[in-house]
Design a protein around this ligand. Sequence first.
Ligand code: GLU
Length: 333
Amino acid sequence: MDFRKVLSLVLVLIFMVTLVMVVGCEEEAAGPEPEEEVDGPVRWTIASGWVAGVYYPVSGAMSRVAYENMDNISLTAESSGASVANARLIGTKDAELAILQNDIAYYAYNGVQMFEDEGVPEMRGFFTLYPEHCQIVASADSGIENAGDLAGKAVAVGPLGSGTEANAVQILEAYDLTFDDLGSVERLTASEAADFLRDDRIDAAFFTTGLGAAAIEEVAIVKDVIMVDIEDDKIDWLLETYPYYSKEVIPAETYSGVPEATTVAVLAMVVGHADLSEDLAYEFTSMLFENIDTIHGAHERGTLITLDTALEGMPIELHPGAEKYYQEQGLVE
Ligand code: GLU
């Protein structure tokens, strides 16, 4: 064989080997994906509330203890308008857990009030947290002393999707007032409401939140504000008409320079979707109460979260996983 023939034979062989390799690779690439083991934690979202409120720091602490103590759940806290929006996020399964007011949980579960068109009967209770006072903050020079004086004034009535707005409607109702009787109705986030109060763009703002909320202190340290009173006979009417309100005092100096006031309060609570696994719900509940010190350190209101009071003011059916833990602890039969 002459040299040219050997060379062309070698070239043909190289070409064929390369072709086999390329086709082989392509076949492998086009073939079915190898079965992937999906290991790692289940991802849960907890719908919380205002960044300058109390739900957000408390749910952040819950997500931290879950991270530190659980391999099987990764919990992410997301801010939101709060209670009403959070109930709907449970209904649409856009959140596995949520913090909301117990009055709003009751309305959602039973399909009444703002949930008349679509209730959230698949919502289940985990535990109640701490009282949330209906705090109506007004400029000291606005002339507002009690909630009846809000007529004709510029008022922030609570963020869109908040429980605060529902409380504002009911408190005004106790005075035979509606939003139409206000000078102007502002729907602002909690932080915006604080900014508007500070800059005299509104006279007053409703905040149903734990005492010590950052949004209110941010105003109190730079401006002369008062806490608006609800009078005793109006409080009696609210307690009779709407379940879940209690009468509470906001002590003087809860916020810098702000005097005492009497108001109503509801309770914050954690809820979840009925479809959450019983085992994970049980583990989450027990893990939380075993590590409650971390939650206590997150916010002053966090210190009120205890196993003893976990079922106080519970307005809806318990999640079976949470219930199992309370049975073990002797809290329920
Ligand atoms: N309770 C408030 C609401 O639903 C939210 C409070 C907070 O985020 O701390 O309107």
